[in-house]
Design a protein around this ligand. Structure first.
Ligand code: ZN
Length: 83
């Protein structure tokens, strides 16, 4: 397996390793190589975004329930959401 050196797309640090060991991360269809440190930050970022999205979704659904209960019920039924 050939060794190559690439640089982290975030901090510019060189990452050395076998090609298959490189962390290739996709975000908004952008492909990135990240060093371990930046990869960890990316994971934290993704987790935070997922949490915020869940919060937003819950908020949307409760607002919908309040304003447009029939539509809310249809969406719940359609998506089989457990409330
Ligand atoms: Zn980095």
């Amino acid at each position: 397996m050939r060794k190559s050196i690439i640089v982290c797309d975030n901090c510019g640090k060189q990452i050395e390793g076998k090609e298959e060991e490189f962390h290739i991360v996709f975000l908004l269809s952008k492909k990135m190589d990240l060093c371990n440190e930046c990869k960890q930050k990316m994971e934290e970022y993704k987790n935070t975004i997922a949490e915020e999205e869940n919060k937003l979704f819950s908020k949307q659904m409760s607002l919908l329930k309040e304003k447009l209960p029939k539509i809310h019920d249809d969406i719940v039924k359609e998506r089989k959401i457990n409330e």
